[in-house]
Design a protein around this ligand. Structure first.
Ligand code: SF4
Length: 214
């Protein structure tokens, strides 16, 4: 029987280094899914969005290698960007909110081509089985249902969410990532201070921005 999502709307697919979290520096194909349930992506809607500080363009399918693909087609696009003959294949499913679309069919298609699958989610959708590395980056406690995973990455500081609200949850790693924008320097200093005072937390920098890569 056909599964719910036969076609996936993809904003862009590109090969780069993972810039954030425990796998910082690891080569990866980034697969950016279109759409998010926390913001339309329109500036005119930002004020009233659940998540107001997004720095990503996830609307539509018009980015590099973007389009509407079935599972095998998308796995082929991702695989085509991996250096030929090289192992350690790694795909990072991000967005937008990838779990609005990622399902068992696509997980199977990636695994068939030997990809390890990482997912970066806002935690508002339960993750299907089969994901190899799950990063949860909460933006709202009202919509926070995926409460376990490999790493919890909290953008810091936020208006309502604090590290104390999450540190009891079953994650292997806890990261604070300074909020980007005009206050990034002060936010980095505050995150650094917090980590030093609360050693359970590690600092995650957006190294792709520091390096000036995608
Ligand atoms: S949840 Fe993530 S993708 Fe969605 S609006 Fe917020 S930062 Fe952007």
């Amino acid at each position: 029987m056909a599964e719910a999502h036969q076609y996936y709307s993809i904003k862009e697919v590109f090969y780069t280094l993972q810039g954030e979290g425990l796998h910082t520096g690891r080569p990866a194909v980034f697969c950016r899914f279109s759409g998010c349930n926390f913001w339309t992506g329109l500036e005119s809607d930002r004020e009233k969005a659940i998540c107001t500080f997004c720095d990503t363009d996830f609307r539509g399918t018009n980015g590099k290698n973007g389009g509407k693909y079935d599972a095998d087609q998308l796995a082929d696009v991702v695989n085509g960007l991996w250096p030929e003959g090289q192992s350690h294949k790694y795909v990072v499913c991000t967005g937008g909110e990838p779990l609005l679309q990622l399902d068992k069919t696509l997980i199977r298609a990636f695994h068939q081509l030997d990809f390890e699958i990482a997912v970066e989610t806002n935690g508002s959708v339960l993750a299907p089985d089969g994901i190899d590395w799950l990063t949860v980056s909460p933006k709202s406690t009202d919509h926070f249902i995926q409460q376990k995973g490999n790493e919890l990455k909290l953008v810091f500081p936020q208006r309502v969410l604090t590290p104390e609200m999450f540190e009891h949850l079953p994650f292997d790693h806890y990261f604070l990532q300074p909020m980007d924008g005009p206050e990034v320097k002060a936010n980095t200093a505050a995150a650094l201070r917090y980590c030093l005072e609360h050693p359970r937390w590690k600092l995650s920098l957006q190294t792709h921005k520091i390096l000036g890569i995608e």
